[in-house]
Design a protein around this ligand. Structure first.
Ligand code: GDP
Length: 444
C-alpha cells in the first residue's frame, strides 16, 4: 500500500505522546525529530519537511496545548491538520467553464498514465457530472497512443476524435472543438503527446494548444512512484505551460508518499484526482483530510461509505434485507453478497479505511485471502439451482460431486455449508431478539 512506511512511523511516534497527561517542550522536540525522519524517509521534499516541522512545533508548544487537559491528543490533531494543509486542505473539484464546452487538457510525460487517466476522467465526467465528453487524440507522434485512446473510447462508449498522425496537434484540436460544438459535447478532453523527457518542442506544442483551446483545466498527470521526480516534473510543466491541477497516478502501488505530500506545497497547484489502479473506475477525487486520516491510522470512513454507495445496488440491498427477515436467504444470495463486496476493491485496502483496524491484533498487516473467496464462489457455482435454494438436500454423494466440479475438496464444501448454516442460525437469533425486544433494544 502507498504510505505504508510513513504511516507506520508516524503512528508509532504519535502513539508515544497521545496518552500523556503532560507534555514538555522536550517531548515535542523529540517527537518532531522522529516526524522529520519519517517524512524524509518517505521522500518528502526537504523544504516542505522543514516548514512542516516548524509549523507543527510552534503550534504544539503553544500555550493552548500545554495547558490543555489532553495535550497528547491536541498534538495529534495538530499533526493531522498540518498534514491536511500540506496536501491542499479542501478537496478541489473540476472547474467547468460557463460557456460550453469546457476544455480539459491532459499533459504529462510518457508512461505517467495520461491516456489511461483520460479514459478514467471521461468516466467520471459522465457518471458523476452527467456530462457528454468528447475525447481528443492529439498525440501524433505515437500511433499506438491514438489506438489506445480509441480502444478505451470504444470500451467506455465515449466518442474519440482523431485524425491520424499526419496533421498538427493544434489543427486536430481546432477541428475537435468544431465537432464538439456541432454535436453538443459539453466537455472536450484532450490527450496530448508525452515525451520521455521534458523538451522545448513539446512545451511549445502544449502552449500552442493551450492558446487555441483556452482550457478551463490543464491537468498534469504524474506517476506517484517517481517520488521527487514527479515534483520536479510538475514544477517544470507549471513554469512552461501552466497547469491548474495534478492527477497523481499509481497510488495503489507502494509509493512512499513523497510526491503526494510535496507537490501541492512546491507548485501551489492542487492534486485533484488520484489513480488507484489500472481499471477504468479507479480514479478518485483527492481528499487531503481523508488521506491525512489514513496516514495517521484514523481510517477513512467517508471513502468507505462512498465506495459502498457506488457499488452496492440499493434495490438488491432491500431485497436482501427482506430475505433476511423472512429467512429465505439462499446460497445464491450469499454468492451475490460476495460479489458485491469484491466489486468494492481489494479487501485489504478496504480494511485500511476502517478506523482502528490497524490496532486490532493480527489485523495490522492483514492480507485477505482473495483466492479463498474465489474457491467459495467455485463451490457455489458447482451446485444445482435446487441445491443452492435448499442446501439441506446436499448429501454425501452431492458433496463429492460439488468438490470435484469446483476443483476443491469435500472438506471445503463442508466448511462452506457449515458457515452458511451458522449464518442462518445467527440471523434467526437476531431477528428473534428483535421481535422480543423491539422496545428495549435497537438492532443495528
Ligand atoms: P501515458 O503514456 O502517460 O499515456 O501512460 P498510459 O496511460 O499508457 O499508462 C502507462 C501504464 O500505467 C499503463 O500500463 C497503465 O495501465 C498504468 N497505469 C496508469 N494509471 C495507473 C494507476 O493509477 N495505477 C496503476 N497500477 N497503473 C496505472
Amino acid at each position: 500500500m502507498a504510505f505504508e512506511g510513513l504511516a507506520q512511523r508516524l503512528q508509532g511516534t504519535l502513539q508515544k505522546i497521545t496518552g500523556k497527561g503532560k507534555i514538555s517542550e522536550a517531548d515535542v522536540k523529540e517527537m518532531m525529530r522522529e516526524v522529520r525522519f519519517a517524512l524524509i524517509e518517505a521522500d518528502v521534499n526537504l523544504k516542505v519537511v522543514k516548514t512542516f516541522v516548524k509549523t507543527v512545533s510552534e503550534r504544539a508548544i503553544g500555550q493552548d496545548v500545554m495547558k490543555s487537559l489532553t495535550p497528547g491528543q491536541q498534538v495529534v490533531k495538530i499533526v493531522k491538520d498540518e498534514l491536511t494543509n500540506l496536501m491542499g486542505g479542501e478537496q478541489n473539484p473540476i472547474q467547468f467553464s460557463r460557456k460550453s464546452p469546457t476544455v480539459i487538457m491532459m499533459v504529462g510525460l510518457q508512461g505517467a498514465g495520461k491516456t489511461t487517466s483520460s479514459g478514467k476522467l471521461a468516466t467520471v465526467l459522465r457518471k458523476r457530472h452527467n456530462k457528454n465528453p468528447l475525447l481528443v487524440a492529439a498525440d501524433v507522434y505515437r500511433p499506438a497512443a491514438i489506438q489506445q485512446l480509441e480502444t478505451l473510447g470504444k470500451q467506455l462508449t465515449v466518442p474519440v476524435f482523431s485524425l491520424g498522425t499526419d496533421i498538427s496537434p493544434v489543427e486536430i484540436v481546432r477541428q475537435a472543438l468544431e465537432k464538439a460544438e456541432k454535436e453538443h459535447h459539453d466537455v472536450v478532453l484532450i490527450d496530448t503527446a508525452g515525451r520521455l523527457h521534458i523538451d522545448e518542442v513539446l512545451m511549445q506544442e502544449l502552449k500552442d494548444i493551450r492558446e487555441l483551446a483556452t482550457p478551463e483545466e490543464v491537468f498534469l498527470v504524474v506517476d506517484a512512484m517517481t517520488g521527487q521526480d514527479a515534483v520536479n516534473v510538475a514544477q517544470n510543466f507549471d513554469d512552461a505551460v501552466g497547469i491548474t491541477g495534478v492527477i497523481l497516478t499509481k497510488l495503489d502501488g507502494d509509493t512512499r508518499g513523497g510526491a503526494a505530500l510535496s507537490i501541492r506545497t512546491v507548485t501551489e497547484k492542487p492534486i485533484k484526482f488520484v489513480g488507484m489502479g489500472e481499471k477504468m473506475d479507479a480514479l478518485e477525487p483527492f481528499h487531503p483530510e481523508r488521506m491525512a486520516s489514513r496516514i495517521l491510522g484514523m481510517g477513512d470512513v467517508m471513502s468507505l461509505i462512498e465506495k459502498a454507495q457506488s457499488n452496492v445496488d440499493e434495490d438488491k440491498a432491500k431485497e436482501l434485507e427482506q430475505k433476511f427477515r423472512t429467512q429465505s436467504f439462499t446460497l445464491d444470495d450469499f454468492l451475490d453478497q460476495l460479489q458485491q463486496v469484491k466489486k468494492m476493491g481489494p479487501l485489504d485496502e478496504l480494511l485500511k479505511m476502517m478506523p482502528g483496524a490497524n490496532k486490532i491484533k493480527g489485523l495490522e498487516n492483514a492480507k485477505v485471502d482473495e483466492g479463498q473467496m474465489g474457491r467459495v464462489e467455485a463451490v457455489i457455482y458447482s451446485m444445482t439451482k435446487a441445491e443452492r435454494n435448499t442446501p439441506e438436500i446436499i448429501n454425501a454423494g452431492r458433496r463429492k460431486r460439488i468438490a470435484k466440479g469446483s476443483g476443491t475438496s469435500i472438506q471445503e464444501v463442508n466448511r462452506l455449508l457449515k458457515q452458511f448454516e451458522d449464518m442462518k442460525k445467527m440471523v434467526k437469533q437476531m431477528s428473534g431478539m428483535q421481535q422480543k425486544g423491539k422496545k428495549k433494544m435497537k438492532m443495528p
